[in-house]
Design a protein around this ligand. Structure first.
Ligand code: FE2
Length: 262
C-alpha cells in the first residue's frame, strides 16, 4: 500500500527542520525504511516575506529528487508549505498549494489559540475553490478545550491533518486524547509526520498507521494514508465521511482506553 506523508521539514537549512544534506538523506531513508512511499515537503512560511525562500526551496527540492535517484531510494516527493495563519494569507505563490495545484494548502494556527475571523477567511478561500488542510489541530489549545470547533471547521469544508506523534503520545496525554476523539468522530482526513529530524521528531508515520488500523479499521486508515493524500496532491476532490460531533473521552474511561493499548 502507498503511504503518503503530507507534512515534513526535510530540506536542509530552510527552517527548524533538517540542517544538512546528510540529515535530509537520513530522514528520507528512515521514512522509506518504515514504509512511507511518498513525502510532501512543507517548510514553515511564517509571513508573506518568507515566500522569498521560494526559489531556494524549489532548487533544493529538485536537488533532493536527483539525490534520491542516485541513492536508489524510490520515494516520490511533493512540494507545498506549512503556512502560518495570517489575516492577509495569500496563496498566490508556487509553493503555497501542494504541487502548485491551486487547491489544497496546509495551514497552521498559533498553538495557544484559534485566530479571530479565521472562519470568515477560510470561507472566502473555500468559495474561491481552495481547500484548507489544518495542520495538527489536536495540538491547538483552542481545539483541545473546545473540540467541537474542529467539527465546525470540517462541516464548513476544512480538512484536518493530525501528527503521527500525537497518537503515540509524543506531545502528551491531552493531545493524544484529542487526536483519538477527532478520529472517533471521523474528523481526520490526513496524517503527517511533521518530521524535523531523525530522533526527536522523525519522518515516521508507520506507528500511527498501525494504531489507526487496529482501532479504526483498515478502510479508514487507507483513506488517511493513501486515498485522501493522493487526491489532495493531485488537486482532486476527496470523498469523506459525514463528520460527527466530537465527544472527548470521559475521565473514568481513560483507564480502559489505556488497557486497550491507546
Ligand atoms: Fe510542521
Amino acid at each position: 500500500m502507498q503511504k503518503i506523508d503530507i507534512h515534513s521539514h526535510v530540506l536542509p537549512q530552510i527552517d527548524d527542520g533538517s540542517q544538512s544534506w546528510e540529515e535530509t538523506m537520513d530522514m528520507v531513508y528512515q521514512a522509506y525504511e518504515t514504509g512511507t512511499t511518498e513525502i510532501a515537503i512543507t517548510h514553515h512560511i511564517l509571513r508573506e516575506s518568507d515566500f522569498a525562500l521560494e526559489d531556494e526551496i524549489i532548487e533544493k527540492f529538485e536537488d533532493l529528487k536527483t539525490r534520491l535517484r542516485s541513492a536508489h531510494i524510490p520515494v516520490r516527493l511533493h512540494l507545498g508549505s506549512e503556512l502560518y495563519y495570517q489575516p492577509d494569507l495569500n496563496l498566490d505563490h508556487k509553493i503555497a498549494t501542494y504541487n502548485n495545484n491551486g487547491v489544497y494548502f496546509l495551514v497552521e494556527f498559533p498553538m495557544q489559540t484559534i485566530p479571530r475571523y479565521v472562519d470568515e477567511k477560510f470561507f472566502e478561500f473555500i468559495i474561491d475553490g481552495k481547500k484548507p488542510i489544518l495542520a495538527h489541530p489536536e495540538r491547538n489549545v483552542g481545539i483541545i478545550e473546545n473540540p467541537m470547533r474542529a467539527y465546525e471547521f470540517v462541516q464548513r469544508g476544512v480538512y484536518l491533518q493530525i501528527n503521527s506523534g500525537s497518537l503515540t503520545g509524543d506531545y502528551g496525554e491531552r493531545v493524544r486524547q484529542t487526536a483519538i476523539a477527532l478520529l472517533n468522530a471521523r474528523l481526520v482526513h490526513f496524517v503527517g509526520s511533521d518530521g524535523h529530524n531523525t530522533d526527536r521528531r522523525p519522518l515516521i508515520i508507520q506507528n500511527a498507521y498501525e494504531i489507526i488500523v487496529e482501532n479504526w479499521g483498515e478502510r479508514y486508515a487507507t483513506a488517511l494514508f493513501q486515498d485522501n493524500p493522493r487526491k489532495a496532491m493531485a488537486g482532486e476532490m476527496l470523498k469523506i465521511p459525514e463528520p460527527q460531533p466530537v465527544e472527548m473521552p470521559k475521565r473514568r474511561k481513560m483507564g480502559l482506553l489505556r488497557r486497550l493499548g491507546f
